[in-house]
Design a protein around this ligand. Structure first.
Ligand SMILES: C[S@@+](CC[C@H](N)C(=O)[O-])C[C@H]1O[C@@H](n2cnc3c(N)ncnc32)[C@H](O)[C@@H]1O
Length: 308
């Protein structure tokens, strides 16, 4: 497999510019995937060290091969990114930068057996790693209110309640096992075949719930704030408005110089901002990148730097 057929890195140069890696720095790529961003970072920094994390063992194997020439400067950690702060080197020396390129890789989408796709015949799995319940398990066990919440909150689905009701009705006859079973539910609720974007929204909502993606993002942002050394940078590439909102909110909170309650007429905390947002507006891929790599189209990059 070629590197770009596994996954083409999105906003690569832009994210590395924001991280501004130094030769003596120690960095974490929390979503190493096929190693595309990691390669750019290692090439750019001229000597830095990298902890490369991914919850998917296939990604770790691919990145290990792709980054082989940097052996000695890279360590691999097969774990969820919200476990990076348990690493001994992270605890001992802190980190100078963290990169998160959220969501799933092209390789994960393209492998039907992983069940991230709505192509016919795919199993309803959707786990990024091999641990935890699958999408089929979630659809079989979550109650109707929880299913409706998932489709409404993560998929902004207008028929969320109808979908949840139909899933519960259907699973009493027979469990939902494949993408076709879920598409059949959508067809019944919409009373017409769903469009590709309807399917994409609903499948993505389920994936976010299966992998507890929002919870993991909230945790890793808090951990990164602690683990970053002075002047260190967090750069996050999001593909979903809910992710981007969380990142924006965290960066805004950390950049406030006053943390007094709003009812106080004058500042009493003499607070000092923890750092500054480096991207007033999120950076988006240009038309040429989207043309080369349509999967980049929804990407939003934000970065924040801890005060020196
Ligand atoms: C968009 S891809 C990253 C691609 C990578 N930047 C590259 O250039 O090849 C996202 C990767 O993050 C991993 N991932 C997503 N959520 C994760 C989490 N909570 N912990 C660890 N890895 C995660 C996925 O398994 C996937 O390999």
């Amino acid at each position: 497999m070629t590197a770009s057929s596994y996954h083409a890195p999105v906003l690569g140069p832009e994210s590395i510019d924001l991280l501004a890696p130094r030769a003596d720095g120690f960095y974490v790529d929390g979503t190493v995937g096929g190693g595309g961003h990691a390669l750019l970072l290692l090439e750019a920094c001229g000597g830095c060290r990298l902890l490369a994390v991914d919850r998917d063992p296939e990604a770790i194997a691919e990145a290990r091969e792709r980054l082989a020439e940097f052996r000695g400067r890279v360590r691999f950690l097969h774990a969820r990114f919200d476990h990076f702060a348990d690493d001994v080197e992270v605890r001992d020396r802190g980190i100078d930068g963290l990169l998160l390129d959220l969501g799933i890789s092209s390789h994960q989408v393209d492998e039907d057996g992983r069940g991230f796709t709505f192509r016919s015949g795919a199993p309803l799995d959707m786990r990024m790693g091999s641990e935890g319940p699958t999408a089929a398990h979630l659809l079989a066990t979550a109650d109707e209110a929880e299913l409706a919440r998932i489709f409404r909150e993560y998929g902004e689905e207008r028929r969320a309640r109808g979908l949840a009701r139909e899933i519960v009705r259907r699973r009493e006859e027979e469990p939902l096992r494949t993408s076709d079973d879920l598409v059949a539910v959508l067809t019944r609720v919409y009373r017409k075949p769903p469009t590709a974007s309807d399917k994409a929204r609903v499948f993505q909502a389920l994936r976010i719930a299966v992998n507890r993606e929002m919870e993991a993002l909230d945790r890793v942002l808090e951990q990164a704030l602690d683990a970053l050394n002075a002047g260190g940078v967090i750069a996050v590439i999001s593909y979903h408005s809910l992710e981007d909102r969380r990142v924006k909110h965290a960066f805004r909170e950390w950049s406030r110089s006053c943390v007094c309650p709003p009812e106080l007429p004058i500042c009493q905390c003499r607070g000092r901002a923890l750092g500054e947002t480096l991207t007033r507006k999120p950076i988006r891929p240009g038309a040429d990148e989207v043309e080369r790599n349509p999967r980049a189209r929804s990407a939003l990059l934000r970065a924040w730097r801890k005060a020196a």
